[in-house]
Ligand binder design. Structure first.
Ligand SMILES: CC(C)(COP(=O)(O)OP(=O)(O)OC[C@H]1O[C@@H](n2cnc3c(N)ncnc32)[C@H](O)[C@@H]1OP(=O)(O)O)[C@@H](O)C(=O)NCCC(=O)NCCS
Length: 425
């Protein structure tokens, strides 16, 4: 690995720290030579304080058991009817895979546990056919899984569910992974399969919004390679239900998992939720969130000290950037109409959302607002982030003389000696 790879990885860490990734492994991936590397990748995720829950299938093992025994399973992917004999095969195969994963975790000094966190009910009689031991997920015992994650234990979850009477039902592992990801409010759901992502004809689909993915399923379903349709369907379901990013990656490729998670150039398919993003004028109720955003900057002396009351008093000057209706960045714009200038201040992006272009968008927005408000020059004062405003925002270094008189007075009194930057509008 190159040092630049490590830098790339570290850029993503603050956003994912203390969040959970649900990794769904096809049974075939657990038997692949690359599984040892995947375990190392999981060790790395854990060392970065990213929680990992592993969901796995066992279709590959069931097919092999069937070949060896001559017994014909009623289905191998947990979606059709499951008779009593197939249920037994599924339990044996799943236990075998769970055990192999636990062995792998032990070999890498990670603790893992198999639990009864998946509560299931019979799928029932569908279009006149009794699906017998095929189940559907009723709910996930979230407290149980969270309890394990809090203790640094990797939950290992096969595609089997239990009901309150102690009956076992066979489930589809891709669907279980969606439910687990929803229950744990996972930052990512990552499917590791034996396909190189989802293909439309011969073209690999790289990044799709959930709307685009749904559109393809509706209109071009026949062109998606078989075996990849259900993954894409589950990805859409997860993204619709609040999992921000779902990745479908080839689990047999070395570094595939890390490349997918920690770079902009993943190797598989990414389905992302339609994030609601917007810049809007702040309201009084945002004062608390703005204060929380700027507090670290005030403590490190990058930002001028302001109290919550100061912010509330000037709330009309503030703007916030929402992601899913939560302010993750802010900016203030103060006008000096007497000199046809405006000052952009308090540009702060929550560290978990840095390097996504939000800071840049706020600067552009401030420029547009300042111009629309009649300003001919935009000012900005900075002690530590001036490079950002120069290099990314096109600001020039000026002298304090560029400040309007009333602002100059406050500047001199503060003794902060901030760099004064200006941009002609
Ligand atoms: C500076 C800040 C606003 C940038 O926000 P952001 O949303 O991460 O910025 P963007 O995503 O639009 O731009 C990221 C680019 O700016 C660069 N950048 C970030 N901070 C920088 C800095 N201090 N100096 C130079 N470049 C910087 C990044 O390296 C990245 O470069 P790339 O596009 O070449 O990879 C944000 O890091 C922040 O809130 N910092 C702390 C508070 C602060 O200093 N505010 C300024 C006081 S007014």
């Amino acid at each position: 690995m190159r040092l630049t790879d490590l830098r790339e990885i570290l850029r993503y860490v603050p956003r994912f720290r203390d969040r959970v990734f649900v990794i769904a492994l096809d049974g075939a991936v657990v038997e692949d030579d690359n599984f040892a590397n995947l375990l190392l990748d999981i060790v790395l995720l854990r060392s970065l304080r990213i929680g990992v829950a592993l969901v796995h299938g066992a279709g590959h093992q069931i097919r092999r058991m069937a070949e060896q025994s001559g017994q014909v399973p009623s289905n191998t992917d947990g979606t059709g009817l499951t008779d009593a004999a197939t249920l037994q095969m599924a339990i044996n195969a799943a236990n075998r895979v769970t055990h192999e994963i636990l062995e792998g975790l032990s070999a890498n000094d990670l603790r893992g546990a198999y639990s009864n966190a998946v509560v299931a009910h019979p799928a029932g009689i569908l279009q006149g056919v009794d699906f017998q031991f095929t189940g559907r997920v009723e709910r996930i015992d979230t407290a149980l899984l969270e309890g394990l994650l809090e203790r640094d234990i990797v939950p290992v979850i096969p595609a089997l569910g239990l009901d309150g009477e102690g009956h076992t039902f066979r489930l589809n592992s891709d669907a279980v992974a969606v439910e687990v990801a929803k229950a744990l409010r996972a930052a990512k759901l990552i499917y590791l399969s034996t396909h190189k992502g989802v293909h439309l004809g011969s073209q690999l689909l790289r990044q799709l919004s959930v709307d685009e993915a749904e559109g393809i399923l509706r209109t071009q379903r026949a062109e998606i390679a078989s075996g990849q349709v259900s993954k894409l369907e589950q990805a859409v379901r997860a993204a619709r239900d609040g999992v921000p990013r779902v990745h479908i990656v080839d689990g047999r490729v070395e570094e595939g998992l890390l490349a997918e998670v920690f770079s902009n150039e993943g190797i598989g398919t990414l389905v992302h939720a339609n994030e609601y993003q917007a810049i809007r004028k702040a309201q009084k109720k945002d004062a608390r969130a703005i204060f929380a955003l700027i507090k670290p900057g005030m403590e490190s002396d990058e930002l001028l000290r302001r109290s919550r009351a100061d912010i509330e008093r000037q709330i009309d000057d503030y703007y916030v950037f929402d992601v899913d209706r939560t302010p993750v960045a802010c900016m203030a714009l103060h006008f000096f109409p007497e000199v046809e200038k405006a000052e952009m201040a308090c540009v702060v992006v929550d560290p978990r959302y840095e390097n996504q272009g939000i800071g840049g968008r706020l600067v552009q927005y401030a420029e547009a607002q300042a111009r629309a408000g009649g300003a001919r020059e935009l000012l900005c004062l900075s002690t530590q982030a001036y490079n950002f405003f120069q290099q990314k925002g096109g600001f020039q270094v000026a002298t304090p003389d560029a400040l309007p008189p009333s602002r100059r007075e406050r500047y001199d009194r503060s003794g902060r000696n901030s760099l004064v930057l200006t941009k002609r509008l």
